[in-house]
Design a protein around this ligand. Structure first.
Ligand code: BTN
Length: 328
């Protein structure tokens, strides 16, 4: 590891305390100039660090492998954590080396340079100010069950984020807080010779993004936990809480194949049930509809204006928007 990586690790481990040259040089042989240079490198890389009187400190907590291991020691599934500094996308990283990751592995990055959103969109966030997580799973399922995983994940994420406010689920894959998006889910599958080898469950959570970190076009529809709660949150606690709830839903589903436990959460916490929406599908004009239900397959049941029957929508094909304010 380079000196700046050692300094980063030290800052992560001792957050919120400061690191002085005197304490750092007890563990890592270096001159004071080397120490200051290491701190400057981290600042140039955009890590959220500050300094005062030649002490460095993190302004917000970052993902810590040691803390995650501590917080998840009692989860139902064992989760090996792989924490990267900056990579294009945790989902791409997981998919590219899929066979090398064991079930339950969690790939995390302080920064993604080419984060992917649903329907081919981009997902970008400032260094250290959001959670980028990819969970590797190898369930023996057919690809028709895939949309269910978005609902299972949304239910777990919504419950884990309840600690920060009245979070809701905007079918199929958004978690919203106070009417704006706080987190998104992108599930990708890995096939080998037409056989489903496994899944990568990608989750992005806006933790400490400020207004200026969002593009103007997103300001009216996206937000962060910091903006909404005016508090510093610990990404490690959020990740551990999410994995705890996820593991419970997932292990129950593997045993029973009953979807009620998580679909009932999706319904209870739905931001769309009963609402007038517009349904967007590729190559078609948006269609006005009323949301009636979410069924046991995780499909959104809508009533299109002028239609006699209800129509189920699968999450892979559609996005929906509220008819009034354009987002929820
Ligand atoms: C969406 O709302 O469109 C889905 C966003 C998913 C973003 C996460 S961040 C971690 C993982 N890696 C990616 O490239 N995307 C997902």
């Amino acid at each position: 590891m380079t000196l700046d990586q050692h300094l980063l690790q030290t800052l992560i481990d001792i957050y919120p305390n400061t690191v002085s040259f005197e304490s750092f040089s007890k563990h890592y042989t270096c001159s004071k100039d080397d120490f200051l240079e290491a701190g400057r490198i981290l600042q140039i890389k955009d890590y959220p660090i500050s300094h005062t009187n030649n002490h460095f400190y993190l302004t917000i907590p970052l993902i810590s492998e040691a803390k995650l291991n501590r917080l998840t020691k009692n989860t139902k599934t064992h989760h090996p954590f792989i924490v990267k500094e900056a990579i294009p996308s945790t989902n791409t990283f997981a998919l590219n080396s899929f066979s090398s990751f064991e079930e339950g592995s969690v790939i995390l990055a302080h920064h993604q340079t080419k984060g992917k959103g649903r329907l081919g969109r981009q997902w970008s966030a400032t260094m250290g100010k959001s959670i980028a997580l990819s969970l590797v799973l190898r369930p023996t399922i057919d690809s028709q069950s895939l949309p269910l995983f978005t609902q299972l994940t949304a239910a777990a994420l919504c419950q884990a984020l309840k600690a920060y406010g009245d979070t809701q689920i905007k079918w199929p894959n958004d978690i919203v807080l106070n009417g704006k998006k706080i987190a998104g889910i992108l599930i990708e599958s890995q096939f080998q010779e037409n056989q489903l080898e496994g899944l990568v469950i990608g989750i992005g959570i806006n933790t400490h993004l400020e207004h200026e970190d969002f593009e103007d076009s997103l300001l009216h529809k996206a937000t962060s936990l910091k903006i909404e709660t005016r508090q510093i949150v610990d990404p490690n606690v959020i990740i551990a809480d999410f994995l705890t709830v996820f593991d419970q839903f997932y292990s129950d589903w593997l045993k029973t194949h009953k979807t009620y436990p998580f679909i009932s959460v999706c319904k209870k916490e739905s931001a769309l049930l009963g609402k007038e929406i517009h349904v967007f599908s590729p190559n078609e004009p948006p269609k006005a509809a009323t949301v009636k239900d979410i069924n046991e397959k995780g499909e959104l049941i809508v009533h299109y204006q002028g239609h006699a029957q209800l129509t189920p929508l699968q999450s892979l094909d559609f996005s929906v928007r509220n008819s009034q304010n354009g987002y929820i």
